[in-house]
Design a protein around this ligand. Structure first.
Ligand code: SF4
Length: 285
């Protein structure tokens, strides 16, 4: 059992309805692993000692078998998070599979459609607000709102925080809020210069907001985000991102000594374990 990793992010697809300028998700995987292989990967995540799995993408709701994968993960005792673009969420899906989800993570790029549409498609904010409304019926599902900070929304972040605070006041679910500095890592060339906020700008934002909000905010700077994650890509590869690069450590299911492979990688286990305490359920701590 690994003592190095609490959470593994499984990028089950790179399909997504959005085309965010800052996207650091996997791209170009035309043939993601099939359902049987995905189930074996989920089991192996448990087998290597992780407590949690995050189904992410792309948008995991683009896979027709995502409900079955959530059910399998929950059934073998993993804590289950679904990180989704949000616009494909339906009440039918929540009714059928909500019971298998511990946390849903949704992006909030702006407090108005005008700001949101600078990085998401028009109508995305409305879709998130609709999803948040539905989620009030599922107080057992924690909600994590995430704002990637770019030059497009830097000035709007205080308004996005108010929106998140107002939501937290009107739901019984636990609400977490992550504000992160969009990271210059991508599988395709991007015009980062026009997009990124500097370390100084991000630190100033944190000073402006920290301690002045009802909602606890996790500020994730470049320094925090780097070497923080262990990922499985849609083709089943184990990946550790570091700096601008994704380091592929081999097919996850074929790795015999997971701890040794991870220890020899760029992964920062101490930082990861500290960060992973964030949304621990009280009953499982
Ligand atoms: S919603 Fe997420 S996966 Fe989709 S393009 Fe944006 S950052 Fe990438």
């Amino acid at each position: 059992m690994s003592a190095q990793v609490a959470t593994i992010d499984f990028h089950v697809t790179c399909e997504c309805s959005q085309e965010c300028a800052y996207c650091w998700g996997p791209e170009g995987f035309v043939h993601p692993v099939d359902t049987a292989t995905a189930r074996r990967i989920v089991s192996r995540v448990k087998g290597v000692g992780a407590r949690r799995i995050v189904f992410t993408g792309g948008d995991p709701l683009q896979r027709t078998d995502i409900g079955a994968l959530l059910r399998h993960a929950k059934g073998i005792g993993l804590q289950v998070a679904l990180s989704t673009t949000g616009d494909k969420l339906t009440t039918t899906f929540l009714e059928e599979f909500g019971v298998y989800i511990d946390l849903i993570s949704l992006p909030l790029d702006g407090a108005t459609e005008e700001v949101s549409a600078r990085t998401k498609r028009q109508g995305h904010l409305a879709a998130i607000l609709r999803a948040l409304d539905w989620l009030r019926r599922y107080p057992q599902i924690d909600v994590k709102l995430c704002t990637p900070v770019t030059q497009h929304n830097l000035a709007d972040v205080p308004n996005i925080v108010r929106l998140a605070e107002n939501y937290a006041r009107t739901t019984q679910a636990r609400v977490f809020y992550n504000v992160f500095q969009a990271f210059p890592r991508s599988m395709r060339p991007r015009a980062w210069g026009e997009l990124l906020v500097s370390d100084e700008e991000f630190a100033a934002l944190e000073r402006e907001l920290a301690g002045h909000t009802l909602l606890h905010i996790n500020f994730l700077s470049h320094a925090t985000l780097d070497r923080l994650y262990v990922m499985i890509f849609p083709d089943g590869s184990l990946v550790v991102p570091s700096g601008p690069d994704f380091f592929v450590l081999g097919p996850f299911l074929d790795i015999e000594d997971f701890d040794a492979v991870l220890a020899a990688s760029q992964f920062d286990a101490a930082k990861h374990l500290q960060h992973s305490c964030g949304w621990e359920k009280v009953a499982s701590t």
